[in-house]
Design a protein around this ligand. Structure first.
Ligand code: DP6
Length: 340
């Protein structure tokens, strides 16, 4: 069986550089428009389905890595990191740790940590980029995305700005489960695309924060529970595959209503599979539902506005720049982000 350590060692065999003294990198957060929900191999973090995301532009994680004496020192937002964060980071660093070596990691998020705003995604992507510098591996983004995958599945897509796809892959050794920019994927598949698949300037994401609290059930446990106990999960791989194709088509054609509808429907389908799990899993708060209703009402009234929700209570709105003022009026607290 391929272990994650063997996977890393195989990749590291290709590197030639000599370690420096410091690595520093930024990676953007991403929100999935077609969600990753379910692992086909937990050891290598291989997903059941391919997923597709859009980045959050300047919102994400900046990380500095250096060598340290005696023990790992992990800082989050300027303070010693909480235990859950430090131990997850150290366990990940173990994969790359030469004998007797410790690390100092200073990581800063400009998004709330652990509130379903995908900070583990930007966190592991920034860390792996910083390690690439520190060790002078010179991996390409695909290779880095596979290493980030071992930290957190969604981190695979945070190596890129804009739209990214994470190919589920089929191989047991995980070497075909990497992320790339959507436009590379469209080019490979010979799908004609608008230039906006690189930079869709009018597209806006709005963050509606319901809670900053850490989620009670982490994504890994949540997706495992869903996969094992939810009858509705049986239909998920098919829906995800259709939505993935639909989203690529929508991006290629710059078709916003198609993009918004597919993303919203995909999110609701994912949350439905969780609610049908046992014990039931619901990441929503009452305010999440009232905000959803507000979006539906606005749409009935003619506003092109959609939402998506990850494994948390917060909404991310999708809309076009021309509707920015209308969205602000409806949701005065919205934080508007340009994904590109
Ligand atoms: C709902 O990437 O956090 O945000 O691989 O177990 O660390 P692990 O899970 P994680 O799951 C993200 C789930 C999601 C959907 C998505 O981002 O695709």
């Amino acid at each position: 069986m391929m272990t994650r350590q063997k996977f890393v060692d195989n990749l590291l065999q290709r590197t030639k550089g000599a370690a420096g003294t410091r690595g520093e990198a930024f990676a953007p957060a991403n929100i999935a428009l077609c969600k990753y929900w379910g692992k086909r191999n937990e050891e290598l973090n291989l997903p059941v389905n391919s997923s597709l995301s859009v980045s959050l532009g300047k919102l994400g994680t900046r990380t500095i890595v250096k060598f340290a004496k005696n023990a790992d020192r992990i800082y989050l937002n300027g303070k010693p990191a909480p235990e859950y964060f430090a131990s997850r980071t150290s366990a990940y660093l173990d994969l790359f740790r030469p004998e007797g070596v410790f690390f100092e990691v200073r990581t800063k998020n400009n998004i709330p940590t652990g509130a379903g705003l995908a900070s583990s995604a930007s966190g592991f992507a920034a860390l792996v980029k910083a390690l690439d510098q520190l060790f002078d591996w010179r991996f390409n983004p695909r290779e880095l995305s596979m290493l980030a995958r071992l930290g957190s599945g969604s981190a695979t897509r945070s190596l890129y700005g804009g739209f990214a796809v994470w190919h589920a892959g089929q191989r047991a050794d995980g070497m075909d489960s990497y992320a790339e920019c959507v436009y590379e994927d469209l080019k490979d598949k010979k799908i004609p695309a608008q230039p906006s698949c690189k930079v869709w300037k009018n597209l806006c994401v709005g963050i509606l924060e319901v809670s900053k609290a850490r989620k009670p059930v982490g994504s890994t446990d949540g997706m495992n529970r869903t996969r094992e106990t939810s009858e509705l999960y049986n239909s998920w791989p098919h829906q995800a595959a259709c939505d993935y194709d639909e989203l690529r088509t929508a991006i290629a054609a710059e078709d916003f209503p198609m993009l918004g509808k597919t993303a919203e429907n995909n999110a609701l389908a994912m949350h439905s599979t969780m609610m049908a799990a046992w014990p039931p899993l619901c990441y929503w708060k009452p305010q999440t539902v009232s905000l959803m209703n507000k979006v539906w009402k606005a749409r009935e009234d003619g506003l092109e506005l959609f939402f998506t929700i990850d494994a948390g209570p917060n909404l991310k709105l999708l809309f076009l720049k021309k509707n920015q003022a209308a969205v602000k009026k409806l949701f005065p607290k919205v934080q508007i982000v340009s994904p590109f």
